[in-house]
Design a protein around this ligand. Structure first.
Ligand code: GUN
Ligand code: FE
Length: 423
């Protein structure tokens, strides 16, 4: 049977936010892409399956990136001295406009897909641009790279430059429906409705997207309460909305018709959080981008305490790194600064919590993903950390901590997505 095998090695995964499950030299059973659980001794009933022995390497669940912009990979680390709105106008919009040119799109998306293939990421929620054909090409290249998850054709029909704006709400919706139909040919990537953010979408466009969501059940991704000038702008644009989240909610795009993931939530007021919890809206916590664009440090401790659904996002290219290990260490560091400088009542993130957010926490957006417990889709990355092992013994937990801070793509020696070996 395809995608049925056993992996041997040192397993680390999250039991919950606070606790790791560690199994030294254990056996992980994969049956048709689904985990059959981890065993200290391989049960007799699995003795006939092929075993891949990964020796002393660490085997972790594949990492989940809840928020990234594929077209911006080509401009990562540029404009990092600006805040959001200036950065969008000066760097982002001109680069995104290039993706109407399929030759450019193939070259640039090819680089991004290759970077994701080489990374520890197995699942992602990704923005394309407003271009339908370019976005289909992105889906094709990501499928080839073995990545699973969601890709969105961006919608933007107002407050955007002439060279990067949809003609009308009507044409944007027609184009979106055509793109959804055409993306039916992909098996690993699914479409996700993607209004860029409130300032760039008319009410007519938003209501149309809400209708498409009711008809198709597709999820939604967007941005929320990221940066102070953006939030002030939304207040001007939507004077009747109680808060930024309410502006989405009044238009039917805040989890009332299906799943939604909102990036950033750095400055979300309490009422916004309460509504997110009520609607099951996911937070994509993008610590590096929030530092680069001087947006702030999100109160992740509050979100954990309130029991919000949450995962990590690279936000390429507000973030310059595709690595979700890097997102884990950045989240820990940002939370320490927030704790020391802003609110000593909100304790910083632990290694366990950051690892949870990058695996099981974000994985929940994709279904049963982010764990090796029986019944979960089998996404795994195999890390050879021998390059930075010291001469003394380390526990598996200590080795995981060093992987989070020290590893890069050189150290990834195997990768499985839904039981399919992609590296
Ligand atoms: N808000 C609207 N568009 C964007 C974008 O491309 N990146 C970030 N970080 N925030 C946004
Ligand atoms: Fe973003």
């Amino acid at each position: 049977m395809e995608h049925t095998f056993v992996l041997k090695g040192n397993f680390i995964y999250s039991q919950d936010e606070k606790h790791l499950k560690l199994e030294e030299q254990g056996y992980l059973v994969c049956e048709e892409g689904i985990s059959g659980g981890i065993y200290r001794e391989l049960p007799e009933r699995y003795a006939h399956l092929p075993v891949t022995d990964h020796g002393d390497a660490l085997i972790l669940p594949g990492l989940c990136d809840l928020h990234a912009h594929a077209p911006q990979y080509a401009m990562r680390a540029n404009g990092m001295d600006m805040e959001l709105l200036d950065w969008l106008n000066t760097y982002t919009f001109p680069v995104e406009s290039r993706y109407g040119d399929m030759e450019y799109a193939r070259a640039a998306y090819g680089q991004y897909a290759e970077a994701l293939r080489e990374s520890a990421t197995t699942r992602a929620c990704i923005f394309g641009t407003l271009h339908r054909e370019g976005t289909l090409l992105l889906m094709e290249l990501l499928e080839e790279a073995g990545i699973r998850g969601y890709v969105g054709k961006v919608n933007m029909d107002r407050n955007s430059p002439d060279y990067l704006r949809e003609e009308s709400a009507k044409s944007a919706l027609a184009d979106t429906e055509r793109w959804i139909e055409e993306s039916g040919r992909f098996t690993k990537l699914r479409p996700i409705l993607t209004p860029r953010f409130i300032p760039s979408c008319s009410d007519e466009l938003m209501r149309g997207l809400a209708r498409i969501q009711r008809e198709t059940g597709l999820p939604v991704q967007s941005h929320l309460s990221e940066n102070l000038s953006e939030i002030a702008w939304v207040r001007e644009l939507c004077p009747k909305a109680e808060h930024y989240g309410d502006a989405y909610d009044k238009l039917g795009l805040f989890g009332s018709n299906g799943r939604a993931v909102m990036a950033h939530c750095v400055h979300s007021p309490r009422k916004e959080l309460e509504l997110m919890k009520e609607r099951g809206v996911f937070v994509a916590h993008c610590a590096q981008s929030n530092m680069n664009l001087s947006s702030g440090a999100a109160p992740v401790r509050t979100y954990l305490q309130e029991g919000l659904s949450m995962g990590l996002g690279s936000d390429v290219a507000g973030g310059y790194s595709v690595s979700i290990f890097r997102a884990m260490s950045d989240s820990i560091q940002a939370s320490k600064l927030r704790w020391r400088l802003k609110d000593e009542g909100l304790a910083p993130l632990s290694v366990e919590e950051a690892f949870y957010l990058g695996t099981l926490g974000g994985g929940a957006f994709f279904g049963k993903v982010g764990s090796f417990e029986e019944g979960y889709e089998l996404d795994a990355v195999v890390i050879d950390d021998s390059r930075f092992l010291p001469p003394h013994m380390l526990s598996l937990r200590e080795r995981l901590e060093r992987v989070i801070y020290l590893s890069d793509e050189r150290d990834i020696v195997g990768k499985y997505v839904s039981g399919e070996k992609v590296v």
